[in-house]
Design a protein around this ligand. Sequence first.
Ligand code: FAD
Ligand code: NAD
Length: 468
Amino acid sequence: MNDSFDITIIGSGPGGYVAAIRAAQLGYRVALVEKYDTLGGTCTNVGCIPSKALLDSTEHFHTAQEKFREHGIETSPVALNFAQLIQRKNKVVGQNTAGLQFLMKKNKIEVVQGWGIFKDQHQLLVKREGVPDRLLSSQYFIIATGSKPASIPGVEINKQRIISSTEALNLKEKPDTMVIIGGGIIGVEMASIFARIGVKVTIIEYMDRLIPTMDHELGQALKKILAKLHINIILKAKVQSAVQRREKVTVSFIHADHEEQSLSADYCLVAVGRKPYTENVGLDTLGIEKDSKGFIKVNHLLQTTLPHIYAIGDVIGGAMLAHKAEEEGIFAVEAIAGKQHPIQYHLIPGVVYTWPEVASVGYTEEYLKEKGTPYRTGKFPFSALGRARASMDTEGFVKVLADPKYGEILGVHIIGPRAADLIAQAVVGMTYEVTDEDMFRISYAHPTYAEALKEAYLMASGQGALNL
Ligand code: FAD
Ligand code: NAD
């Protein structure tokens, strides 16, 4: 067995596997090291894919219950088969991990199953129970070891009743009640999944709004929408502890008015962020530096303290998104090959897969205000759109923020049907620096949700809406 490679990648998440494929395409001999039996990392196994599978299934269930009658569809009472819901999700994950295995084979990438730990600057030891260790030598390395769930003082994720998203995606039975700590992205997506199938969900969020890293208006609008799913949303409340006794968990928190309160539920889901995964990789032996939060430090080329060792994805911090990890995977490999296509980090879109969806790119209104940057707002509600009325998806709006003098688009924020897909055209427009009026003047098929963007671009350019 030849264990000498040009590029060895540790971790097979969206950062790692995309880097591996790009490296193989550029003619390198590539090894991809993964400690789990399946490829795809957090995203494919316990993140993006399974959560979206459950979000879609539960939205169908909810639509059948709440909207079919209005559409003129009569059914006998719609029933939930929770085991089948989870089984379908597992099938979708299986299809994706098998697809990755096939892609690795097709691209002649050597997949090495086991735990990777640096022995020295050019050698990685791969350990796996029951099989002899392998020592891989490599000219370059890319660390793509990702992240894992974080917690807060007083709350220990015991994986029984105090759980992270990983366990929540794999419950055996539908709970009656659930408290979610954190109203960030995982918090609101998980709350949607469970509330739609009748679980009594409470979200406890520290800040004064949901999804607090996004434009404030989005979080405010989302709160009203989630409240219609009967989700109890407690804002400005800091969780102090979660304690499991038998089959119940008691969560204690202090509200902004200093009042101490507690809630009891079948499960407590901890969704307070994720932390870099760097344990036992041998970074300290090599002197690879980390920042105060434990993220691996990299320079503008994504090189660590050692220039032949790169790091990408969640493990280096920034937006913890699969597509950000993918961009960095491609960038690192191309940097090794001497090519440079800089990543425009502020044009990486963020999406929340609630229904309606939430999607953003560029600067928020709060950021522009804070920086004193002049801007003009174009805002159009989906309720005024023919397409949205036809489908009964009238909640939400599009908000475009643009430079009042030159029309440069500074930010696009959407809460509404298919926002996740709509945001792609805003990314194109902003990447190629077209103006708000240019974006209005291109033709949009009628009737489509995208026409809400056309209207908002028109309004941002200082003109009145057409109400298409
Ligand atoms: P990861 O995907 O975490 O992969 C790292 C891999 O490295 C893992 O497989 C791990 O086993 C392996 N590894 C670690 N250490 C070693 C070692 N020493 N040796 C061998 N292997 C090792 N992002 C989106 O963009 N869209 C979404 O819809 C979305 N939904 C999400 C839903 C949930 C519930 C969660 C938790 C996350 C979601 N994310 C989403 C975030 C996304 O999953 C991450 O940003 C992405 O997976 C990061 O990719 P990565 O390649 O950096 O690391
Ligand atoms: P997050 O940072 O989005 O949200 C964590 C929330 O917990 C914050 O709103 C924070 O104010 C709150 N919080 C922290 N301490 C608290 C306390 N003591 N009491 C009450 N609230 C508290 O993190 P997340 O939701 O766990 O998601 C982790 C990462 O996974 C995110 O960075 C996200 O990018 C990624 N992710 C992305 C998607 C997607 O792209 N659709 C989906 C899921 C996860």
